[in-house]
Design a binder for this molecule. Structure first.
Ligand code: PEP
Length: 255
């Protein structure tokens, strides 16, 4: 059985005080959730305080990025050990905004994934095509390169602890969502890539989230798809009620 993982990526939104408030609201609203792993990813600055708020609740803590080195002269960066120390369990890696604005490559994604796994945290590995790539018939080749790059050198036991977020870049923050069918087809393809790398049993065990303008109005349809095992949510995660409006339909499912 696969876990349904629904994660809120707060991006560069919310002050520390606002993050603490939102985390408390999400934790209270998620009290009775049974079948969904609920995750929130505040800014680095708010992680420690949000970690305190989430103590003893069902909500897990994620970071939005990490560096692959342990320590040293990397101005502006945060290491996996530092995240681990304050209770981070998931790390978003390779988000399209990192790839587009900050020079993230499949190689740096791979280094970060390995580091996070070494410390017992789970990477949420983001992949997805641009509109030009999709329209140019390159969807499958882009996803293949990204998946092969992210998993390069990972053992089957490492791979088992990963989560993938399939996020078509054209759907992120645009209000345009992939249709249920478009998303399901891409997810099935990503699962087939995992099966090629590690076999079918492993591929069936990995949670593949959908991300891209997911909201309460479209969540039930997307989450009902056979190969969609949760969501990575940006805008709709910034308010507890809309975030829970996505978690709640997920909670009725088992995959
Ligand atoms: C994201 O940032 O990963 C995302 C999916 O954002 P949004 O839900 O706002 O499209």
């Amino acid at each position: 059985m696969r876990k349904i993982v629904i994660a809120g990526n707060w991006k560069m939104n919310k002050t520390v005080a606002e993050s603490v408030r939102l985390a408390s609201e999400v934790a209270a609203a998620a009290r009775d959730v049974q079948n969904v792993v609920v995750v929130v990813a505040p800014t680095y600055l708010a992680l420690a305080k949000v970690a305190d708020v989430l103590q003893g609740t069902k909500v897990k803590l994620a970071a939005q990025d990490v560096h692959w080195e342990n320590q040293g002269a990397y101005t502006g960066k945060v290491s996996a050990d530092m995240l681990k120390e304050i209770g981070v369990e998931y790390v978003i890696i390779g988000h399209s905004e990192q790839r587009t604005y900050f020079g993230e490559t499949d190689d740096t994604v791979n280094k970060k994934v390995k580091k996070v796994l070494t410390l017992g945290m789970s990477p949420i590995i983001c992949i997805g095509e641009t509109l030009a790539e999709r329209q140019g018939g390159r969807l499958e080749s882009v996803l293949t390169t990204q998946v092969n790059g992210a998993y390069e050198g990972l053992s089957i036991d490492d791979a088992r602890r990963t989560v993938i977020a399939y996020e078509p870049v054209w759907a992120i923050g645009t209000g345009v969502t992939a249709t249920d069918d478009e998303a399901q087809q891409a997810h099935a393809f990503v699962r087939s890539l995992l099966a090629k790398l590690y076999g079918d049993e492993l591929a069936q065990s990995i949670s593949i989230q959908y991300g891209g303008s997911m909201k309460p109005e479209n969540a039930a349809g997307l989450l009902a798809q056979k190969d969609i095992d949760g969501g990575l949510i940006g805008g709709a995660a910034l308010k507890a009620d809309s975030f829970l409006g996505i978690v709640t339909p997920g909670d009725t499912l088992s995959k």
